[in-house]
Design a protein. Sequence first.
Length: 275
Amino acid sequence: MNESDDRSTTWTSTPSGAQSAGRVLHVLRLLATNGGATEYGCGLGDLVRACGLAKPTVHRLLGALVASGFAEQDPRTSRYRLGAEAQLVGALAARRTSIQRIAQPLLADLAARTRETVLLTVRREHECLCLHREDGLGQIRTYVLAVGDTHPMGVNAGGLALLAAEDDETVAASLDRDADRIATDYPLLDRARILDMIAATRRQGWAFNDGRVCPGAWGVAVVVGDSAAAITVAGVEQRMRADRRREIAGMLHTTAKALERLLRGSGRVAVGDTA
């Protein structure tokens, strides 16, 4: 792939200035969600594969981010991570009222009562993003999903709850779009299995993933409000049997309704707004 191959990307219809800005922001977002928010950092090759641009283009965009302080490169490993400016912007954004801030006490309470891991997932474009995590006091914790991780819709419990809330046409389009990624990255899932899980979710009113992303790590999830966010309780298989799943689903519904009331009271009805 050479520089001219970039013409096939989704930015081709925009003016050159906006195109460049869009590419920089796209790489910054991918950096944040592919290990760049950790001390370990993210490799250039990882970012190239994630964004589909030519390697020289990604390297140039990273150089611009480093020069502006939004990214930094480890001189020992050559890996990239978020810089001080990105951290500052994130801290300032966090001061605003957001679903994460409003939900945190409710999620912490749910984690304490279930003694499991509780996750807040939001829809971001065509993916679901883990926005917040609260760990309970269970002796064995589930580390299958961390803040900033993304999955295709319908894969993990939260994304399954979100996708099941959509109409059949949207579900089919989502599965068509992500077919190759699911086949490559999620060997325990296929289209037929996801459709079965969606049908079960709609029938029982809550989503359940029996370790299809990470064997042994099970999750139960429900949507919040306008279906742009979901709450998940995740735990090891031994603690997520049928009776326990139904109990957790009831607790999730109670928490989701409480969060929806708080969001409406704050004027933040569009719960997918993470700012």
